[in-house]
Design a protein around this ligand. Structure first.
Ligand SMILES: Nc1ncnc2c1ncn2[C@@H]1O[C@H](COP(=O)(O)OP(=O)(O)OP(=O)(O)O)[C@@H](O)[C@H]1O
Length: 239
């Protein structure tokens, strides 16, 4: 952890510089984008739009340190991802980032409470403290009465709300969302989206949200569009 603590925090939750990605498998090369610049400030919310296959998920994976760029650098809470060991990068991801996907990815054998406790336990907290934080977060997403339910015993919207609680329980610098409401009916999607926005505001957490939903995108501070390998800022009127 000292590797992490010795670095200075810049006030940006995420920054990407000259980011490029080309998938290469055997002789097959798939260039997705190059030269991307992105800076997300603390508490800022950013939507990423783009056609299917434009590279939105790829970009999110790189920002989250889940994949390595072909070129360029990603900084999370001021830390240069590529300069960290695998263990330090994992610790930084757990502490500084929260992930919410289209499908909840909750562990099926664990209760909602246990699922949300896991990131806190991984950060080295005691069980009692992890339980307290997880319970508070689950209450704030309206699941205080579902703590002991396993994912299979929750509705789709409840599962996504538990996933949102899990993403925010360590008070990360930034939440990365890949179509987190894409699998829900419109009303439930709206509820989950409002909860995410409210929690982000309350915790002053940044949000980078990949979405196809222009109406949701318009609600965020900035809207970027990934098109033909470049990231372009759209005005809210254009969205
Ligand atoms: N592991 C991989 N190997 C090779 N090519 C890949 C790989 N993953 C993604 N691609 C290609 O990279 C491009 C970008 O994919 P990505 O999943 O990032 O797009 P996306 O904008 O998120 O699309 P969607 O909106 O459909 O989810 C696509 O053309 C895809 O086929």
């Amino acid at each position: 952890m000292s590797e992490i603590n010795n670095q200075k925090h810049t006030g940006e939750s995420i920054r990407a510089e000259g980011l490029a990605m080309t998938y290469a498998e055997g002789k097959l090369r798939t260039p997705v984008f190059e030269g991307l610049q992105l800076s997300v400030h603390s508490g800022e919310t950013v939507a990423i739009l783009g056609a299917s296959g434009a590279g939105k998920s790829t970009l999110l994976h790189l920002l989250g340190g889940l994949d390595t760029p072909t070129a360029g650098e990603v900084f999370v809470a001021g830390q240069q991802m590529s300069s960290l060991s695998d263990a330090a990068r994992g610790a930084l991801r757990n502490r500084a980032l929260g992930f919410v996907y289209q499908f909840h990815h909750l562990l099926p054998e664990f209760t909602a409470l246990e699922n949300v406790m896991l990131p806190v336990l991984l950060s080295g907290a005691h069980v009692a403290d992890a339980s307290k934080s997880a319970q508070a977060l689950l209450e704030s997403v309206g699941l205080g009465h579902r703590l002991e339910h396993k994912p299979g015993e929750l509705s789709g919207g409840e599962r996504q709300r538990a996933a949102v609680a899990r993403a925010l329980v360590n008070r990360p610098a930034c939440v990365l969302g890949d179509e987190p409401t894409g699998n829900l009916d419109e009303k439930t999607a709206q509820t989950v989206f409002e909860i995410m926005l409210a929690l982000n505001r309350e915790q002053h957490t940044s949000l980078v949200l990949v979405t196809h939903d222009r109406r949701l995108a318009r609600r965020l501070d900035r809207v970027l569009e990934l098109h033909e390998g470049k990231l372009r800022e759209l005005s809210h009127d254009e969205v």
